[in-house]
Design a protein around this ligand. Structure first.
Ligand code: BG6
Length: 460
């Protein structure tokens, strides 16, 4: 089908997020031939700069990308719209629309700090940029709010200007191939469908340790912390994917409703079931306050109080400067029996790795081959990029493609986010546990072990 022309306005185009995720996503779409024949990229930032300088930034950012020049050719720059004077953007958008022809879709991608979301949205309205001849869509990064109140205020400000179907709140963990495979694994395979409940699952772990530092974006990070950056956002959304009731149809409306239901059933978190940590040396980073008590690590045990999951702990964990990188969802299965052939039966595990192109692993107890009757643990692994005919897109590219096509299936709704904030609220107040210092390159504070007792964390 013919794709209408499109203009991507990248707010905060010089920032870390644009360079690490959005520009590479655009290049990936160009490479996969998923952009319309006519499109333009308009970068913006707090201060203006000549187009040529922005082009250099894009070139540098996409250094080794095969589609680099396809993006570079379309790149322009202008100062942002959050100042009082109209600036050049409205006129530039008109000119671009005329050049591209037709009534282009305009996507405003807000790769700016969360504190600038409301201001930027109002500025779009003040300059009449929230409505266009073509569709206007606005993409928000996470965290969308920093508390139940600030979420509500932000969402009210956004809805003063935009209709909900113009709003796309990115949570790129929903865009990962392996996350999307969770539904399919479950809905297409009776083997998994029948064990996806409290009777068969002893616990669920969603574990995202990172070796990454935060040095190159310490200012953002110090104002955010691990719990807001990852837990109430990515890990909660993945939890909703794992725990949802199977929707009748896999469309945007049914999926959104199913995620909302899980998050509504999430019990408000008990601060006693949360361990926060801060890696040793964090306070020495530039742009981090000497007395900062920002968490760089969080582990939590949470409960979904519905008929499918009542009593099954969901263990969530993530942190910076940890001993290893992984992104995995593990269903620890209950044991059918404790012993066999004189040996102890280990709980089976289904592990879905969200990292990279994704992988699925099934760990089971088997008879150890050989003449002596004995048990062993064996693991079967399927890498999703080995699936024949597969052509995976990176998550940001996949979601940007969805925005361009207007597919809302993989974007959190305000109701889902409101429920996430409600469940997380107890950890934001005076009862917030103090972060415990941990050594870099470890698995974080040992205090988190008790959350996973008796069987322990699947990793390391
Ligand atoms: C981002 C967080 O949203 O996700 C980062 O802000 C984190 O702190 C990143 O490192 C992890 O996602 P991915 O897909 O890059 O591994």
């Amino acid at each position: 089908t013919e794709r209408p022309p499109a203009i991507l306005v990248l707010h905060g185009a010089r920032g870390d997020l644009s360079r690490r995720f959005v520009l590479p996503a655009l290049a990936a779409l160009a490479e996969a031939d998923l952009l319309p024949p006519d499109w333009a990229l308009l970068g913006t930032g707090r201060s203006d700069m000549p187009d040529e300088d922005f082009v250099e930034i894009v070139r540098d950012t996409l250094a080794d990308h095969p589609a680099r020049e396809a993006v570079v050719r379309r790149a322009r720059f202008t100062a942002d719209v959050t100042r009082d004077e109209p600036g050049a953007m409205p006129e530039l958008l008109d000119d671009l629309a005329e050049e591209l022809g037709g009534a282009p879709h305009v996507v405003h991608y807000l790769a700016v700090p969360p504190s600038a979301f409301a201001r930027t949205t109002r500025a779009l309205a003040a300059h009449g940029l929230h409505r266009g001849p073509g569709t206007v869509r606005v993409v928000y990064e996470k965290p969308y709010g920093t508390s139940p109140d600030s979420f509500a205020q932000l969402d009210a400000a956004v809805h003063e200007v935009l209709d909900e179907d113009q709003v796309f709140r990115i949570d790129h963990f929903l865009g990962k191939e392996a996350t999307q495979n969770l539904h399919v694994l479950r809905l297409a395979n009776e083997l998994f469908a029948t064990v996806w409940d409290r009777e068969h699952v002893e616990q669920v772990q969603i574990d995202v340790p990172e070796t990454l530092d935060v040095a190159d974006r310490a200012e953002f990070y110090d104002a955010t912390g691990a719990a807001l950056d990852m837990l109430v956002t990515h890990l909660f959304q993945v939890l909703a994917e794992v725990a949802m009731e199977p929707p009748d149809v896999l469309d945007a409306q049914h999926l959104a409703a199913a995620r909302e239901e899980v998050l509504a059933a999430l019990r408000p978190i008990d601060p006693a079931e949360v361990v926060l940590g801060q890696f040793d040396g964090y306070r020495d980073l530039d742009a981090v306050a000497d007395e900062s008590d920002t968490d760089t690590y969080v582990a939590a045990r949470v409960w979904v109080d519905d008929d499918r999951w009542r009593g099954v702990p969901f263990l969530l964990r993530t942190g910076k400067r940890m001993a290893a990188d992984a992104q995995q969802v593990t269903l620890v299965l209950r044991r059918g029996r404790d012993t066999l052939l004189g040996g102890e039966v280990a709980p089976g595990r289904l592990t879905v790795s969200l990292a990279g192109d994704g992988a699925i692993q099934l760990t089971t107890t088997v008879k150890r081959p050989g003449p002596v009757p004995a048990l062993a643990l064996g693991t079967a692994r399927l890498d999703l990029d080995d699936v024949s005919g597969g052509d995976p897109l990176p998550p940001y590219a996949s979601l940007l493609d969805d925005v361009l096509r207007g597919d809302r299936s993989l974007f959190p709704t305000p109701v889902a986010l409101e429920q996430a904030w409600r469940a997380f609220a107890p950890v934001l107040g005076d009862d917030r546990p103090a972060p415990i210092v941990y050594h870099p390159d470890t698995w974080g504070p040992e205090e988190a072990d008790r959350l996973a007792a008796p069987s322990g964390w699947a990793l390391p």
